[in-house]
Design a protein around this ligand. Structure first.
Ligand code: NAP
Length: 246
């Protein structure tokens, strides 16, 4: 048996229409999983990419405008891999930060992540099946950042929730881990990439000397979902070109 194969598994990836979520969905499809590509925007392109490569995929409309949106989703789905990738960022000075920008980010990045995971795990644990949860954390699960109070609070929360769920579920066959991406070239970081001063400063600080690609996170997610990672619980795996080691 190939310990890195996801053959026979079913994965749901949130925010699978673009960026890191799309790369994870495609990587999981290539590794043999049937991928449910969930998004508030259409995931048709991601589904087509997986099918063209010979994989199995289907789209699913899922909008965390309601953070409890996934509460009944998993009862009959048979999913045994969940990737909590959907996330937003709002920028503003702490002194001026609004309640709207606080609640919007905490709702999508933390509340939806927790309750989606709860809904995913309930049927799995009830039938004694194995499963894997992969949360997308951030460098701001470890560092403070600037002008991103709600994002930093939420991503520190993702790290904590990953650990508590690992503590509760490791003995019940569910692997809960997180990936902390460094600077990855996606829509989320388009403004930074386009700013020549910030872009230069970021590149100079990354030991690998370049922005990460969404595919770098895709391969890591496949590993964490695979039998090869069966004894990994509660880890926050940095995929950051060495940023945090600096
Ligand atoms: P992105 O291209 O902006 O993708 C974000 C994804 O989240 C999109 O699919 C987006 O859907 C979805 N989303 C946002 N609000 C949603 C809602 N209410 N309901 C459902 N889905 C929603 O950015 P990305 O870089 O790929 O980000 C993916 C994850 O990686 C996020 O959790 C982000 O915090 C994390 N991350 C990124 C970096 C980086 O350097 N890029 C670094 C660390 C962590 P729409 O397209 O419809 O908006």
């Amino acid at each position: 048996m190939n310990p890195f194969s996801l053959e026979g598994r079913k994965a749901l990836v949130t925010g699978a229409n673009t960026g890191i979520g799309r790369a994870i969905a495609v990587a999981m499809g290539n590794a043999g999983a049937h991928v449910v590509c969930a998004g508030r925007s259409s995931c048709d392109e991601t589904v087509a990419q997986i099918r063209t490569a010979g994989g199995k995929a289907e789209p699913l409309a899922l909008d965390f405008a309601d953070p409890m949106a996934a509460k009944d989703l998993f009862d009959d789905m048979g999913a045994d891999i969940l990737v909590n990738n959907a996330g937003i960022i709002r920028r503003g000075e702490a002194l001026d930060f609004t309640e709207e920008d606080w609640d919007a980010v905490l709702d999508v990045n933390l509340k939806a992540l927790f309750f989606t995971t709860q809904a995913f795990a309930r049927p799995l644990i009830a039938r004694g099946a194995r499963g894997a949860v992969i949360n997308i954390a951030s460098m701001l699960s470890f560092q403070g950042g600037i002008r991103v109070a709600s994002y930093t609070a939420a991503k520190h929360g993702v790290s904590g929730v990953t650990k508590i769920l690992a503590n509760e579920w490791a003995g019940r066959g569910i692997n809960v881990n997180a990936i902390a991406p460094g600077y990855i070239a996606t829509n989320n970081t388009a403004a930074l990439q386009a700013d020549p001063v910030r872009n230069k400063a970021i590149l100079e600080r990354i030991p690998a000397g370049d922005w990460g690609k969404p595919e770098d996170i895709g391969g890591t997610a496949v590993f964490l979902a695979s039998p090869a990672a069966q004894y990994i619980h509660g880890a926050i795996l940095n995929v950051d070109g060495g940023w945090l080691a600096r």
